[in-house]
Design a protein around this ligand. Structure first.
Ligand code: PMT
Length: 211
């Protein structure tokens, strides 16, 4: 099967030398890409900036900002059977990017942010994707409830939820412990390395039928 995977953080430029980002290392998405390729799938990894080595036999489309990731996904998703959104995409971006480095002046600096486009939320509606759609949910509270809301609103087949208030899992850690939130049921998986977990997640995802 052909599988598109998003991974890593995005960088939202403020001026030529500064940006807003988050703590995603890319490891969860890269582990999924490696597992999918090992299981014989054709994989396209669309990733924000990370320091990770590219997994073997994976096609790679590097992006920086949420807007670039949106465009890359929109142009590629139609060729894929499965799309997995593990990237930590910025929800807001600076409304204006300064042409020159912003000079230090005054005691406070106010940045105005505007909403980015929701890539996962556009997959079914705008991009008309009909394959298996897998979202992630990075939550700090009401994990199952919030993830189910995302699953139903964005018409996903499953949302993989992690509690990112924990230091030992989620962002920038070697291990993860996730909850599989389907439209009508929930399954808890044990904590394990992101590599092993990715393998188990790929097995589960392969067996889902497009909705
Ligand atoms: O990269 P690691 O260090 O290994 O960490 C892994 C992880 C914590 C980043 C990963 O497991 C994870 O939870 N990824 C999703 C992070 C996230 O942004 O979650 P969210 O709940 O804010 O977003 C929900 C879903 O919408 C996600 O599938 C996200 O990719 C997608 N999204 C969000 C915003 C946006 N503008 N477009 C999107 O497609």
């Amino acid at each position: 099967m052909k599988i598109l995977i998003t991974a890593g953080p995005t960088r939202e430029p403020i001026d030529p030398v500064r940006y807003l980002t988050n703590r995603s290392s890319g490891k969860m998405g890269y582990s999924l890409a490696a597992a999918a390729a090992k299981r014989g799938h054709e994989v396209l990894l669309i990733s924000g900036p990370t320091s990770l080595d590219l997994p073997e036999r994976v096609d790679y489309l590097p992006v920086e900002s949420a807007a670039e990731m949106y465009q890359a996904v929109e142009s590629q998703i139609g060729r894929h059977d499965i799309a997995i959104f593990a990237a930590a995409v910025a929800d807001y971006t600076p409304a204006q990017v300064a042409d020159q480095k912003i000079k230090k002046s005054g005691e406070q600096l106010t940045l105005t942010l505007e909403k980015t486009k929701d890539i996962l939320g556009s997959a079914r509606t705008v991009m008309k994707f009909e394959g298996t759609l897998v979202g992630f949910a990075a939550e700090t509270e009401h994990v199952e409830e919030n993830a189910r809301g995302k699953c139903l609103r964005k018409n996903c087949d499953v949302v993989i939820a992690n509690d990112v208030s924990r230091k030992d899992i989620g962002f920038d850690s070697q291990e993860n412990e996730v909850m599989l939130v389907f439209p009508d049921r929930t399954e808890n998986l044990p904590k394990e390395s992101k590599e092993h977990l990715a393998y188990h997640l790929m097995e589960m995802i392969e067996n889902l039928r497009p909705s």
